[in-house]
Design a binder for this molecule. Structure first.
Ligand code: ADP
Ligand code: MG
Length: 728
């Protein structure tokens, strides 16, 4: 009997849901481990409090002396909550979060000690970060990296550690993390959007990008997960025959949540409440053992931090419940994978959602301005947006007939389509008073009613308008949202800057009224953005053909998709907006290509090992059983044995054929890797891994999965799909 697998299964049989107490209302504990506004008022001097609020709201610098006051208040608060350590918490380009804990404790001589946390420690640290990916930045400049406090994301206590969200940059200023370019992109979109808002409302001083992510994940029993080397090392199953029952009955989606999973969710949600992550929604997803969780949306930088923190908390809470969380985009073949929808909008400090239709024609013209500019931004930068969500694991999802395809398109619904069609016919040049009245009454003025009825949702679209926000659905479940959010906000910023320049030009040079100029520019944008609008089925073959005709990109794999990040256009876009210089863009490209290679390389090794060391020996063992059986039959029946041993002998041959195919393919795989590894150019190397190495995975898997169906279940060493997916 295959011990590990059956041992693991046995362990799961005794699992009970943990008892979770929720004694207090969630609203009462919300944010109690966060150094938020209320806590700051209590623990900081007036000057210190004002200084932090100023930094948050207006981006002003915090004076060194004041930083000392802030750190003291923070320390007092943290210690009162049981914290013993502090850490700068940051998001290096590994995708995970990083932290290095230091104790508050410090000796002061004479055998005495105190708890200390000065402004210096709050504001800046220099982690020994030489092992984080840097794409050659630090080598080139021989510079060290440092972390610097981001006051716009509040400090929080996790466990017994005070965590201070920080950026991570090289001494020469280049960003080494996800947060820095995101903050710069958010600043860019703020500036650009405020300038455009001034056409409609002079009082607007700040525009915030908002993000509401929806996180999909699988929950697998920890013992079962640990019994699979592929899950442990790659986060996904690299082989395994599909179970007799998968998701075809649709009986999991929105079904009642299994009790162990529910206990996990309640425990997790309590942790989220303490950390100020406003989680609100939980439900079963389409695949068995797949779930989703979503918060109330927040300012984008904070929401990104919350999502990164959440993934970490999810792992930790899962330990208590004997679960392993799979964030991989495609942990199981044959059932749905996981994504992370990024709901995005822009809102003003005057409380207006710029992608929400308003009550007056004027506010609706503002809505249309931001709506159409976003569409134009996506139209002009679809390839870059695709690149923003590229990863080895997300490749399994995009284009795999379950998730949005690798083609970026925008869905807006039939009613808004007809609004755009009307606007497309606006007169060129100055509008007559009659036309303007007509537009205001019958087109622009009608939008709120229109949207209320606009309930058709196209689930196959990667970028859909959903009434008061856009939903970017192609983001991977494992991804750091910052990647998608940096690009989206950057391209919209750039677009708004161009828009403002064009409108101003018409006002100044063509003597147009503001409204006329806005209508004129929007009309041209609608014409130019037609290609990106698609209302049909994004999964269908017809769309692939149509998209090709329209000239939209269809970069199916990561190495192909990532190139858009270092196109001339992308580099100057980021440079012009002050988001990333050329070195930073190129470094990121290199890091991501390198990561792609490493992921495929690891997968190749794992698959080769499992195939040769687990599957083949098992098949041989079973084949020997059959051989013994045939020999025995021969002994009993003599020459007539074949009549009784026929099926066994067929099986023996089939097994041999599969073993042979596995072995030859593993050898082929190893050789393909060797060849790829000799290539020094990272682009060529990644392409080689993509097109020469990775396809062999499928051949190996095919034969292993066939053997799974032939070999005695008692001997099979790998926990099967039905066990992984249906153990609750
Ligand atoms: P679904 O897309 O699953 O039907 P909803 O449309 O109700 O669900 O909302 C999905 C997510 O959109 C929620 O997490 C919510 O917080 C977020 N959301 C709602 N409004 C905004 C907004 N203005 N900006 C960003 N996210 C938003
Ligand atoms: Mg959604």
């Amino acid at each position: 009997m295959s011990t590990l697998r059956f041992h693991a299964i046995k362990e799961t049989l005794n699992r009970k849901p943990l008892h979770i107490e929720e004694n207090e209302r969630r609203s009462a504990i919300f944010g109690s481990n966060v150094f938020n506004e209320a806590t700051m008022r209590q623990y900081l001097t007036k000057v210190a409090y004002k200084s932090v609020m100023d930094a948050i709201q207006n981006g002003t610098k915090i004076e060194r002396v004041v930083a000392d006051h802030i750190s003291t208040g923070m320390k007092e608060w943290a210690i009162s909550k049981g914290a013993t350590h502090y850490t700068h918490w940051f998001q290096p380009l590994t995708g995970a979060t990083a932290e290095k804990h230091d104790a508050f404790f410090e000796t002061i001589g004479d055998g005495l000690a105190i708890e200390k946390f000065g402004g210096d420690q709050l504001v800046q640290q220099e982690p020994d970060a030489s092992s984080f990916p840097n794409g050659g930045i630090r080598n080139t400049f021989e510079a060290r990296g440092y972390t610097a406090w981001d006051p716009t994301s509040p400090a929080f206590i996790y466990g017994t550690t005070l965590c201070i969200p920080t950026v991570f940059v090289a001494y020469t200023g280049e960003a080494l993390d996800y947060k820095t370019p995101l903050l710069r992109a958010l600043q860019a979109v703020d500036n650009a959007a405020v300038a455009v808002c001034k056409y409609f409302d002079k009082n607007v001083k700040k525009v915030n990008a908002s993000l509401g992510w929806e996180q999909e994940y699988f929950l697998i029993d920890s013992a079962l997960a640990a019994s699979r080397p592929d899950i442990v090392l790659t986060g996904r199953t690299m082989l395994g025959h599909s179970p007799a029952k998968g998701q075809q009955l649709d009986d999991h989606y929105f079904g009642s949540i299994p009790s162990r999973a529910l206990a996990y969710m309640r425990d997790l949600e309590t942790e989220c409440m303490l950390l100020g992550i406003p989680v609100k929604t939980r439900h079963n997803e389409v695949a068995p053992n797949q779930f989703e969780l979503a918060p109330i949306y927040d300012e984008a930088n904070l929401a990104v931090d919350h999502n990164s923190l959440l993934m970490d908390v999810m792992d930790k809470v899962a330990d208590r419940h004997n679960f392993k969380v799979l964030f991989h985009e495609k942990p199981f073949a044959g059932v749905n994978g996981s994504g992370k929808h990024n709901n995005w909008s822009l809102s003003t400090d005057t409380g207006v959602n710029l992608l929400g239709p308003g009550k007056t024609p004027m506010s609706n013209l503002q809505f249309l301005t931001f709506f159409i500019n976003t569409i134009k931004a996506v139209n002009d930068n679809e390839e870059l947006l695709r690149a923003a969500i590229a990863s080895a694991s997300n490749d399994h999802r995009l284009g795999a007939n379950e998730a949005p395809p690798a083609i970026i398109s925008v869905f807006i619904g039939s009613q808004l389509t007809s609004v755009l069609n009307e606007l497309e016919n606006v007169t060129t040049g100055k509008l007559s008073p009659e036309e303007k009245t007509d537009l205001k009454l019958n087109v622009v003025g009608k939008i709120p009613d229109v949207l209320l009825d606009n309930t058709d949702r196209n689930r196959t679209s990667p970028f859909a308008f959903t009434g008061n926000k856009f939903e970017f659905r192609a983001v991977g479940s494992k991804a750091n949202c910052a990647s998608a959010m940096t690009v989206l906000n950057a391209i919209v910023a750039k677009q708004l800057i161009d828009f403002k320049a064009e409108v101003d030009m018409l006002i100044e040079k063509k003597d147009m009224k503001k409204d006329d100029a806005v209508f004129n520019v929007l009309r041209e944008y609608i014409k130019k953005s037609k290609n990106i609008l698609f209302e049909g089925n994004g999964y269908g073959d017809a769309w692939h053909k149509e998209a090709k005709k329209r000239g939209l990109s269809n970069n199916k794999t990561t190495p192909e998709a990532l190139k858009a990040k270092v196109s001339k256009k992308a580099i100057s876009l980021f440079e012009d907006l002050g988001i990333m210089n050329k070195i930073e863009s190129e470094a990121r490209y290199e890091i991501e290509m390198e990561e792609y290679v490493l992921r495929i390389q690891i997968e190749g090794r794992v698959l080769g090992d499992i195939a040769r060391n687990h599957i083949v020996p098992t098949a041989v063992k079973y084949q020997n059983v059959l051989i013994e059986n045939v020999k025995g039959l021969k002994e009993i029946y003599g020459t007539g044995f074949k009549k009784h041993a026929k099926e066994q002998m067929v099986l023996i041959e089939e097994i041999s054929e599969h073993i042979e195919s596995i072995n030859s393919n593993v050898t082929k795989l190893i050789n393909a890797r060797k060849t790829a590894n000799t290539i020094s150019d990272i682009e060529k190397k990644a392409l080689d891994y993509c097109h020469k190495v990775k396809p062999i995975f499928d051949d190996i898997r095919y034969h292993c999965d066939k053997l799974e169906l032939l070999v005695d279940d008692e001997l099979w060493p790998l926990t099967k799909y039905r066990e992984l997916l249906f153990t609750k």
